[in-house]
Design a protein around this ligand. Structure first.
Ligand code: NAD
Length: 294
C-alpha cells in the first residue's frame, strides 16, 4: 500500500496527510481549497486537479470531509470514487458523519467489490499533528485489518467498533459526552472565577480531584490557563462550534432512532446551536465558555 489519495485537507486532514508523507508514503492530495493543497505539496505531496485525479493509481483512498452530504457526493454516482477507483482499492472515510450515510456508501462499495471503512477520529488537531489520533472503525474484519496498516501512521489507538456504521455511532457517543464535559467544565470554572478564584489554580485542583476530565487535562476553555489551547489563541483553529453542533445533531438523530434518553445531550445540542446562531460557528468549541461570562 504505497500510494494514498487524500481528499479533504482541512484542520484535521492536512496534518494527517503530512504524517503519511513523513512515514514514506506517496500521497496524492485534493481539496476544493487550493491553499490547502499547496501547503501539502510543500511537504512532499503530489497535487491532483480533481478527486478522480487523486484516486487514479492509488491503492488506498482516504477522505476527511465536513459532513455526510460531502462524503455521499464524493463516493457515489457515475463520477464518484466507487465508480472510478481501480479494483481492490481500499476506501477509508475518516469524517464524522451520520451512520446511515456511512452504511449507504459501504453497501454501494461492497456491491462493486470494495472494502469500505468508516474510521472517524478522536484527538483533535493536536492529535492529528502528533500522529496520536484514536481511530474508531466500522468495517468487516478484512477491511479493518487492511485499514490498520494505513491508519497506524496517523494514530496511536485503532479500534474495531463493529460492522459498517459502528465507528460513527461510537464517535458521536464520545462527542456527545465531550460537549457535556466542556459545558460543565466551563460553568464550574466561571463559578469559581465569580467567587474570586484563579482559573488556573481551580483547574489544577479539579484536574486531580473527582471532577477531573479531558477538557481540564488537555483543552482548558478559559483563556491563558494552558498556552497552546484554542482558548489562549482567540478560540481560533481546533474543532469548530459548527462541527460540534453537527455531531450533536447526529447524536440526537441516533437517540431518536432507538428512543434512547439523552437529556444532557439534548441540552448541550441546544446550547451549541444557540452559540453558533450568535455568530460563533467558526470558533473552537471551547468558546462555549464565553456563554458563562457576566
Ligand atoms: P475542515 O472544515 O477544516 O476541513 C474540511 C476540508 O474538506 C476543507 O478543507 C474543505 O475544503 C474540504 N472539502 C469539502 N468538500 C470537499 C470536496 N467535495 N472535495 C474536496 N475537498 C472538500 O474540517 P476538519 O476540522 O478538518 O474536520 C473534518 C472532519 O473531521 C469533520 O467531519 C469533523 O467533524 C471531524 N473531526 C474534526 C476534529 C477537529 O478537532 N477539527 C476532530 C475530530 C473529528
Amino acid at each position: 500500500m504505497s500510494t494514498i489519495a487524500f481528499i479533504g485537507l482541512g484542520n484535521m486532514g492536512g496534518p494527517m496527510a503530512a504524517n503519511l508523507i513523513k512515514a514514506g508514503k506517496t500521497v496524492k492530495v485534493f481539496d476544493l481549497n487550493p491553499k490547502a493543497v499547496q501547503q501539502l505539496v510543500e511537504q512532499g505531496a503530489m497535487a491532483a486537479k480533481t478527486s478522480c485525479g487523486a484516486v487514479a493509481g492509488a491503492d488506498v483512498v482516504l477522505t476527511m470531509l465536513p459532513a455526510g452530504k460531502h462524503v455521499r457526493s464524493l463516493y457515489l454516482g457515475d463520477k464518484g470514487i466507487i465508480a472510478t477507483a481501480a479494483k481492490g482499492t481500499l476506501l477509508i472515510d475518516c469524517s464524522t458523519i451520520d451512520a446511515a450515510s456511512a452504511m449507504e456508501v459501504a453497501q454501494q462499495a461492497s456491491v462493486q467489490g470494495f472494502e469500505f471503512v468508516d474510521a472517524p477520529v478522536s484527538g483533535g488537531t493536536a492529535g492529528a499533528a502528533a500522529g496520536t489520533l484514536t481511530f474508531i472503525c466500522g468495517a468487516t474484519d478484512v477491511g479493518f485489518n487492511q485499514a490498520k496498516l494505513v491508519l497506524q501512521d496517523m494514530g496511536a489507538n485503532i479500534f474495531h467498533a463493529g460492522g459498517h456504521g459502528a465507528g460513527q455511532v461510537a464517535k458521536i457517543c464520545n462527542n456527545m459526552l465531550l460537549s457535556v464535559l466542556m459545558i460543565g467544565t466551563s460553568e464550574a470554572l466561571q463559578l469559581g472565577r465569580d467567587h474570586g478564584l484563579d482559573a488556573g489554580v481551580l483547574s489544577q485542583i479539579m484536574k486531580v480531584s473527582s471532577g477531573g476530565n479531558w477538557t481540564l487535562e488537555k483543552y482548558n476553555p478559559c483563556p491563558d490557563v494552558m498556552p497552546a489551547t484554542p482558548a489562549s489563541n482567540g478560540y481560533q483553529g481546533g474543532f469548530m462550534v459548527d462541527l460540534m453542533a453537527k455531531d450533536l445533531g447526529l447524536a440526537m438523530m441516533a437517540a431518536g432512532e432507538t428512543g434512547s434518553s439523552t437529556p444532557l445531550g439534548a441540552l448541550a445540542t441546544a446550547m451549541y446551536r444557540q452559540h453558533a446562531r450568535q455568530g460563533n460557528g467558526g470558533l473552537d468549541f471551547s468558546s462555549i465558555f464565553n456563554q458563562f461570562q457576566k
